[in-house]
Design a protein. Structure first.
Length: 248
């Protein structure tokens, strides 16, 4: 980072202290309002699951790591509870200063977007590993029709929906993608977390713009009776991670 940008950061950082088990940030507090850099100590991210204790889905951050970049870029609450594992010191930067530094420093901007991309890749790898485990254990047959694999109604919105509203819907439903449809529920496009990174967070696009301006148009689609292996082959061939199941 340029010296002037480091000075900008140094003059705006505050030092926060958290004793063991203190909650630093959590979903209930609303949209993320601070960027944290761990100076000393450890922070655990806990995912709440009704079927087990929060620690079951926990991961840890150590000195030098930072959070919650994704929530700050998307103007949303965090998905996890960030809790001090031991007495912990964090440098803290307010959201407005975070946004300003993001615009001022290409190096900081690149770091944040690469960090978010890495987290997305890790999440996708986890999903793929889970699917592979299911397939090898016989839980999912590639010959099964797509209709048998559907677990919920699709999360969707209309083309004129503001980007910010679509993101809030994705956050509330805890999904990584949303289908954009017309009034008759015909899919027009798809918006994913990768689109958020590549078309919104890195481009300074206003969250008031309609989602149709940043969606991926003409999403892949197959009928409900199509076998799972056909969907897998189609996604692999086209380089997409989603396919819409559409009843003609």
């Amino acid at each position: 980072m340029a010296r002037s940008h480091l000075e900008f950061l140094a003059t705006r950082l505050q030092l926060g202290f958290y004793t063991k088990d203190d909650v630093i940030t959590e979903p209930a507090r609303g949209a993320a309002d601070h960027f944290y850099i761990i100076k000393q100590g450890r922070v655990r991210g806990e995912t709440k699951d009704e079927t087990g204790p929060a620690e079951d889905g926990a991961w840890e951050l150590v000195a030098g790591e930072c959070f919650p970049i994704g929530a700050l870029l998307a103007r949303r609450p965090v998905h996890t509870v960030h809790r001090a594992v031991a007495d912990t010191f964090c440098f803290e930067l307010g959201r407005e200063d975070f946004d300003e530094l993001l615009a001022l420093s290409p190096v900081f901007h690149d770091f944040c977007t690469r960090r978010l991309a890495n987290l997305l890749d890790q999440a996708l790898a986890g999903v793929q590993a889970s699917l592979a485990t299911q397939a090898s254990s016989g839980e999912t047959s590639l010959a099964a029709p797509l209709s048998s694999l559907i677990r919920r109604e699709p999360v969707a919105c209309l083309a004129h929906t503001p980007i910010g509203d679509a993101l809030r819907t994705m956050n509330a439903e805890r999904v990584g993608s949303i289908v954009i449809t017309d009034a008759e529920r015909k899919p027009l496009g798809l918006f994913t977390l990768h689109d958020l990174l590549g078309r919104v967070a890195t481009s300074g696009v206003s969250l008031e713009l309609p989602i149709e301006q940043v969606m991926t148009r003409r999403p892949l689609s197959l009928p409900p009776q199509a076998p799972a292996h056909e969907a897998a082959a189609l996604m692999a061939r086209m380089g997409f991670g989603h396919v819409c199941v559409v009843e003609n």
